[in-house]
Design a protein around this ligand. Structure first.
Ligand code: NA7
Length: 536
């Protein structure tokens, strides 16, 4: 239930971003604020993503809030990478500690928000028809929360069950004795397949784009490491807040060409043994120099060939068409080993594309694959999807869906021209998905909080960016991407390429979290340059 008719602030979403934004606006600024959340409980991404094998790719000691040392001392992570249940428990702990639940309304999906120019506030409506108004509207809807179920003819008539990994049933899915088809081999599919294969009668994996993966090497955390992370809270925070990606490890200063081939091989082997996203931090030019990147790519392809016993399957898995890390690099637990199981088959969609779904299964060009269950590990309508699912209207009832037809236009990924008092936490145009998310979230939440505090102190009624500032920022976002190999993988979801009809624009800011943080700080210090702060 939406309480009251007018609020100072409405925050949409109760994940990492929404909780911290509520805490900042309510307890630090004293605002009457409320969170509206579509799900039945806290968690955001982790409320919905409960598929088999789901686990965060960021390490536990970095995938957390850094605003409170006390909080860090109270919370004990149990594994190297947190799973969805542990993340939800952590957020529940945060909500209890700061008494946040009393201002969160669950099962309230926001469907529309319109800026009322005369009253200078937002009119917000939920799916059930509840209405409220708010001076400030902050979206904390996540970047990967709008499921992408591809339109494949025949799905409606499929006699079996089908699921999208991002909308997984809370009671789980029983794969025992079932013939399962999994479409998608991104981070999610790579996590899910080994676990599904353990119980399914047969698992057929439909691969469109072959992918690199590095072992995650998840394990219970040793008490000494847990103690170390508590004792080194400030150092870990300092690293996480000053690195390119917001992780608690630094990218090595060396280039690939600085070492001999033998040294390079030893470095890659050590990183492989260590496991995780740190593999891409072994050399500083991996994402900027094609030849450098090719050495990592070859190392990883050789690992696939050495692991997968069937040569044709190994070749299909190693036939990767983009530089390492140019698409989001997955980490895994026994993914390639899974293809050595007798109950697992790979279908290479590049050679044998899906034509339709039949009553009994999936029909590719050459054959029908009979299935009881189809798992869509097909990703998300990333970054813009969760925002555009709502009908957001700014000045003159202009529509965000219309304004972003050719791609998102934001200033710093924080605000949109023509949409006053509207802030987008980790919105398109900010580092967002290229980072360890909680670090990017904290930076945005604190910046937004300071901006609102500044506006209130100065009698400012509306804050919105200049159109020119947004246009120039958009150019900087493209420029930053072009300086990296991320720009080479035109078929990645960073460009929106996974959703048919979506404009092909590189969406996140690839210039680095450390640089972005300084840009935002500088803009605020110069009196919010590029923003219009209107008093009337
Ligand atoms: P991703 O990374 O978008 O992966 C989705 C996968 O599904 C990928 O292999 C896609 O192939 C495949 N896909 C998507 N649509 C289709 C169709 N129509 N047919 C066949 N295959 C398809 O999503 P994830 O959920 O794995 O990961 C999202 C993020 O969550 C991840 O990056 C982390 O940040 C956490 P494609 O590569 O597009 O050819």
């Amino acid at each position: 239930m939406v309480r009251g008719t007018h609020l100072d602030a409405v925050i949409v979403g109760a994940g990492f971003a929404g909780l911290y934004q509520l805490l900042c606006l309510r307890d630090r600024l004293g605002l009457k604020a409320q969170v509206l959340e579509a799900g039945g409980d806290l968690g955001g991404t982790w409320y919905w993503n409960r598929y088999p094998g789901a686990r965060c790719d960021s390490e536990s000691h970095a995938y957390r809030y850094f605003f409170s040392r006390e909080l860090a001392e109270e919370w004990e992570s149990t594994e190297r990478y947190p799973g969805p249940a542990e993340i939800r428990a952590y957020l529940d702990h945060v909500a209890r500690k700061f008494d946040l639940r009393r201002d969160i309304r669950f099962n309230n999906r926001v469907v529309s928000a319109q800026f009322d120019e005369a009253a200078k506030h937002w009119r917000i409506e939920t799916e059930s028809g509840e209405r409220c108004t708010a001076t400030w509207l902050v979206t904390a809807v996540g970047c990967l929360s709008s499921a992408n179920v591809p339109t494949i003819p025949g799905l409606d008539a499929f006699k079996g069950r089908w699921y999208h990994t991002g909308q997984w049933p809370h009671e789980g899915v029983d794969f025992r004795g079932k013939r399962v088809g999994q479409i998608g081999t991104g981070s999610t599919g790579i996590q899910a397949a080994p676990v599904i294969a353990e119980t399914a009668a047969h698992l057929t994996i439909f691969q469109r784009t072959a992918n690199y993966s590095v072992p995650a090497r998840n394990a219970p955390l040793a008490p000494e490491f847990q103690r170390w992370t508590r004792e080194h809270f400030e150092q870990i925070r300092e690293i996480a807040q000053s690195t390119v990606n917001g992780h608690a490890f630094r990218i090595e200063e060396r280039n690939v060409a600085d070492v001999t081939p033998a040294e390079r091989q030893a470095i890659y082997e050590a990183a492989w043994e260590k496991g995780g996203l740190q593999f891409r931090a072994t050399f500083k030019d991996l994402l900027t120099d094609r030849a450098a990147n090719a050495t990592a790519a070859e190392f990883l392809k050789a690992r696939i060939r050495a692991t997968v016993k069937d040569p044709a399957t190994a070749e299909a898995l190693a036939d990767i068409d983009h530089p390492y890390s140019a698409k989001r690099p997955p980490i895994d637990t026994d993914y390639f080993e899974t293809f050595n199981r007798p109950n697992v088959t790979l279908v290479n969609l590049r050679k044998d594309p899906i034509e339709r779904i039949t009553l009994q299964g999936i029909c590719t060009r050459t054959q029908e694959h009979p299935l009881d269950i189809i798992v869509f590990a097909t990703g998300f309508d990333a970054l813009t999807g969760p925002l555009l699912r709502m009908d957001i209207r700014g000045r003159g009832a202009r529509s965000l869906r219309e304004d972003w037809k050719a791609g998102p236009e934001t200033y710093l990924g924080l605000q949109v021209p023509g949409y006053p008092n509207f802030f987008t936490i980790t919105g398109p145009g900010s580092p967002s998905v290229l980072t360890n998310m909680p670090v990017a979230i904290e930076q945005h939440v604190e910046w937004i909080t300071d901006c609102i505090a500044h506006a209130r102190r100065n009698g400012v009624q509306t804050v919105e960016p200049l159109a020119d500032a947004a246009r120039e920022w958009g150019e900087r976002v493209q420029e930053a991407a072009r300086a990296t190999l991320l720009y080479d993988a035109k078929h990645s979801w960073y460009f929106g390429a996974n959703v048919p009809g979506k404009p092909q624009v590189f969406m996140p800011y690839a210039g680095g979290m450390h640089r972005y943080r300084k840009i935002c700080e500088g803009i605020a210090a110069q009196g919010y340059q590029g923003f219009v702060m209107a008093r009337a």
